[in-house]
Design a protein around this ligand. Sequence first.
Ligand SMILES: [Zn+2]
Length: 664
Amino acid sequence: MSINSSYVRPPFRKLRAYAFDPSLSLAVDTVTVNTITYRVEWENLDVYSTETNRTVPSGDYIEIIDIDPASGVLYDPVDLDHPHLLAQDGLQPDVGDPRFHQQMVYAVIMVTIKNFEQALGRKIQWSDRRLPADARIRNHYVQKLRVYPHALRRANAYYHPGKKALLFGYFPSRSGDARLQVPGSTVFTCLSHDIIAHETTHALLDGMYSQYIQPTHPDTRAFHEAFADIVALFQHFSFPEVLKHQIARTKGELASQNLLGQLAQEFGKAIGGYGSLRDAIGGIDPATGQWQPHQPDPNEYDTILEFHARGSILVAAVFEAFLTIYKSRIRKLLRVATGGTGKLADGDIHPDLVDLLAETAASTAQRILKICVRALDYCPPLDINFGDYLRALITADFDLVKDDVHNYRIAFVEAFQRRGIFPEGIKTMSVEALRYTELPAMNQLKINEALFGEFLKSFKDDVGYLTDRREIYEKTKKYIAGSEDTKAGLHYRIISKLLEKISVEELLQLTGLYFGGTPADCRKNGFNYSSRSKSAAYWVDHMWLASRISPDDKIVNNVVITLTQQRGLKCQLDENDHFSIKGYAPPVAEAKEDLYRFNGGCTLIFDLDNMRLKYVIKKGIDDKARLENQFRYCYGNSMQDDHTYFSENILAGLAGPFAFMHSH
Ligand SMILES: [Zn+2]
């Protein structure tokens, strides 16, 4: 028996790492702020992986496999539980020590994961490993993402959805900007906070909505990239230490947009051509030598289609909302500090004021990051566009924070409007119009009777107390598919019990999905009848319990369910560019390969505290306009198979095959 078994486990493990990346330690004025101590929620760590039978640092969410394929070397694993490391907050930053590289990727990935979990109010899961359609079990649980800090000798880093892996490259720096990199030195992408957070976000987003990988709309791929940048950027700004020195240095600029804009742009530069931040936010005006925010053009959204550039429209919109809120929050502070004028006198500003301003910026960034992540639960499960995301942002924030004292929501609406992002079917850009309407109570009774009531309550009771991710996953699966404990599962309840209460047509109207019925039902809804369409195929992709804490300490309990469907259609564009559909087959499990695959789906949000279905966010399987747009977009770009993974073109070139990887 261990004599120290009664000691309380600390809530956090402190780990030192770069706040930006090593290059900033070269510049005299940033060297002091470039090392920060990350606070990572404590978890048990192994130095041995039973999954891969290797000596590697391995936690609950990730394992870090530090093998260098070019040399075949397996680097020593860092032992973060070693008393010497525990006593000094981990290894000190050292570009030359691979064990420090492991420590840094571990710290940043875990901080990113925990930010998601806090905002979403639940444990995150990685996307399932999908097996071919003919396999008996289609989905396999993925416990750990594999992280390869030195996967390739290229200026590249990426998330590979098939392998469930993050791969980071390294490369000799180019002579371009000697201020940022010593020419001839090695640049490690695994030592950049922004690159690690960006790649981790791709994986987290894929764990929620695996269909966002499919380029079904000019916005889908752009959204993945933009969202990954947004998380990296605001996570960055949420460390007050990072901001203090900049605030002290540029004191005259405090009330203007320049300070944070310039800082954001520095981030983009430090990772060279990788982020979408550089041009989106602003630049130096050659005439004045002053940094100027980019003036958005209301035609941007209609005219910029290349996905990186398009993604930067979204990043810039969110960033502008952040600046607006930050400026309004510091106004009072500046008046107090200046005896009412709001104008600071010459000379250094008081360190206490620096602290207060940095804390305000950091807490605003934290709040924006939370809003942005939380909004994901209010997004459709596929075919997302920026307008959908704006509506999700507004609705999610309204649900949790009724009283919008700092006008966060208005700031978002205006920033999107200035860039021409108007959600479909919205006539006025106001918070009220953009918020999804809650379903009327009259629909609720039938839905509750048929489906929910006790079923969702017991789901909450069963899953709510679980903390082990695999147990949550397994238990949820039982609720979806049915089991002895849960009786009929959700899947069955929808096509049997719910359809006893409401018609196929009503359900189509509610969810945008088609659940089959009689030949007459089929014809009425524009589907051909086949014996299969008696119960059309569909998937329950996810069922999430979300328990979020509002700023006034109330717990809000939701269940979020996503349903998806697929139809195989014969579509064509004739020589006159006329679009036509030949087959109207009803949804099937997986459409034949020679057909055009069209997906529909919806996100259902249940309010458990009031026991009602609150919102349905849908992409209809019967939406012909969406089908035509998508078909034209995909064929016009012949982009259908192009995006199997997210490769960051840090310089150029896609990565080759990875012979060293084990595929399971
Ligand atoms: Zn990316």
